[in-house]
Design a protein around this ligand. Sequence first.
Ligand code: CU
Length: 509
Amino acid sequence: MPDPITISIEPYQEGTATASSLAGDLIGLPAVRERISGPRPAVADFRLLEKDAGADAPFRAVVHDPDAYRSVEVTGRLGDLAGAAVRSVRFQPLPGREEFDRAVEAVRAHAEFGPQLAADGALAYRPMPPLADVTHADGTVDRVVTVGLRTPGSDVKHRIVGVRTKDGTVIPAPEGVSAPSALDCVTIPPADNCPDPSGGPRAVRVRVRRGTTELWNLVVNRPRTSSGVNGSGAELRFVDYKGERVLYQAHAPILNVRYTNDRCGPFRDWANEEVCFDATGSDPVGPGYRLCTSAPRTILDTHSDQGNFRGVAFFHDGSALRIVSELAAGWYRYVTEWRLADDGTILPRFGFSAVTNPCTCLAHTHHVYWRLDLDVGGSTANRVDEFNDATGWTPVRLETQRTRNPASHRQWRVVAPATGRGYVLVPGANDGTADAYGVADLWVLRYRGTETDDGRPSDTRAHIGDFVNGESVDGQDLVVWYGAHFFHDEAGPPPPSHVVGPDLRPVVV
Ligand SMILES: [Cu+2]
């Protein structure tokens, strides 16, 4: 009998500056107050731009004024806040539950749509896209929250309306949303009705031990506190296996979907809105992090949007620690999961589902892009090799973006030259190959603290390629991005699985 596995979870305290510790100082900067004068300014985004940042790290923050609907970006160094640069930027925070519920109330009070919503089987739901803001000739912008209406009794089964946040005016056909549709896709109604208690730590330190041997030691952020302008799912940091660093950070900052012939969308999704799934166990550090006594069950298992928990669920299944959460973006539902096996193998996973909507019965492709900041063996000097049948392993010298080639068994490995230890990245059988919209399957980049996501591109496509500019990656601190592409067509044969992701297997070369 091997020794039993024990899992410990404790709150993790950031060692460096955070948005909440700096909020007052940032909002109080004269250059910020000049542009942001409303009564409720808030730091909407904050990040340090350097690994293992010290007291004078460079940072970037966004301060948002929800009343004037204006935002500024603040960039500078922690040691010299007064010297920070401030400039106006466009920023549209996602509608929270309260704002969305207010929009639904406005629709219920509307002369035409109110009665429709009272009918049997009718419902109001969060659609895509979440906002349909209107820009006026004078440059001011009205925030418009979209509301999806399902009216099963009529020819029009779904329509998306807008509600102007400042006065509750209903806009029957806002620009930029799909036309009213006779399609009624997916029979799962949106629920999202599990408790959402406040409190609980932003992040936790998790340890997996076999007997007295520590296998895994890492920090986990729930999706709600994950990094990136659109969040990045369940996020891992400082991942050590048997006392040696493997990953500095691992997350999925880019998520989008494109429909064949653009019959809906395309949409850039977000990965920080948690929804309900089933997780049975205890919450050792408060809400949001649950240690399970049985396997968590998501919408992919239950075909239901209901559940008893939101946040991150941990479960050891006998050979691996599973780290599971479920996300919503409009009508989409995503399962974000990491499996950390006792033997050192790492399996990033993403699963795709949806609740009632007018789009997903049309053929579409989901794209998810993981950012894997590998620091194998604790060293930041790593190397990437690419394998092909004809040529064997070839070192990658310069930043590059690559596509899969199953015929030549193409795969990649990240190696610490000092020790020969590394990880092979084997593409998943279900991971597809990039089309023009998917861009590519793998990127090798020099580590840059400013390149943790692709920002706010004006289109929905992934813009990781903007970071490929010929820098050396041989023996450098490097980052691998990996894309998976899931073709979803309910009219075609059912896919073998609704889950994608590569395998990262430890090797010694
Ligand atoms: Cu789909």
